[in-house]
Write a protein that binds this ligand. Structure first.
Ligand code: SF4
Length: 280
């Protein structure tokens, strides 16, 4: 079985996060990242923090799969260590006004302690960080040019029921409807059903970045109709990208943490010059 990185290197592809960036974050940011492949001016603190958090959760889940129940303190210590390395590796992390490397280390320790303390001992870990690559077919049976790639954080089983679990960190509690609307369960459940012929359950395990972190589980499910709609969205994104339709989403929430703010400021100038030249 290939790793996510190996799948990524094999051919152009779609991922849930790319589609989410294109439609829900900012299609111009997608353009700078995925088409122009501009270097990022900085690493958003949330991205660096999420990486360290995921690495610890991955280690905890692998340990559980091998029959070792990790103590919260052990996992918190690992976070401290990995966070230190993450800060050194990234070097250019951009924090918000209220956080820095030290406060993030404490927060991460508390969040990992919260996550590990909340594990269900009756849940068996079936796989950890399992990558997938599946073809996308529309309702007429036509296979899209780019396959869908992704990686399940963790697959668990309890009382014979299989469930994909995705680990998330969040500044605040999720609204109740969020899991039902998110495209990640749609992408992941569709991939799983294409690979194994069954649609399992799906759960987000969200730990809040609050003074006293809280663990919330958000269960959700999807149907064939959701899968068809997802593929249709991918087709739409393909046609918009081929036509060069990228637009800034400057009234959204994402500009402050966007690493392409400089390129964005002058994007329209280059566009205007091109249009004027064409008109001349
Ligand atoms: S700064 Fe805002 S509008 Fe510009 S690319 Fe980034 S997210 Fe999009």
């Amino acid at each position: 079985m290939a790793t996510l990185q190996q799948y990524r290197e094999q051919r152009p592809h779609w991922s849930y996060s790319a589609l989410n960036q294109f439609f829900n974050i900012c299609s111009l940011q997608y353009y700078f990242d995925k088409v122009e492949k501009l270097p990022k001016a900085f690493t958003p603190a949330s991205l660096a923090f999420g990486s360290a958090y995921h690495r610890v959760m991955e280690w905890v889940a692998l340990s559980r799969m091998q029959g070792h129940q990790v103590k919260p303190q052990e996992a918190a210590d690992l976070f401290q260590d990995l966070w230190g390395r993450q800060v050194e590796e990234d070097g250019d992390i951009k924090y918000d006004d209220e956080t820095d490397a030290e406060t993030s280390a404490k927060l991460g320790r508390d969040m990992i302690t919260c996550a590990v303390s909340g594990f269900d001992p009756e849940e068996e870990v079936v796989s950890v960080s399992e990558a997938f690559c599946v073809p996308l077919r529309d309702s007429t049976g036509v296979t899209l040019e780019r396959p869908l790639l992704g990686e399940y954080d963790c697959v668990v089983r309890k009382a014979g029921q299989v469930k994909i679990v995705d680990w998330k960190t969040s500044g605040k509690k999720w609204p109740k409807a969020k899991a039902g609307k998110d495209w990640q369960p749609t992408a992941f459940l569709m991939a799983y059903s294409l690979m194994r012929g069954v649609v399992p359950g799906f759960r987000f395990d969200v730990v809040t970045k609050t003074k006293t972190p809280a663990l919330e589980s958000h269960e959700t499910s999807r149907t064939e109709n959701d899968f068809m709609r997802f593929v249709h969205l991918v087709k739409l994104a393909d046609s918009m990208i081929n036509a060069g339709h990228f637009a800034p989403s400057e009234q959204g929430f994402y500009c402050g943490g966007c690493p392409h703010q400089t390129a964005c400021k002058t994007w329209h100038v280059a566009k205007t010059r091109t249009v004027v030249r064409m008109a001349a």
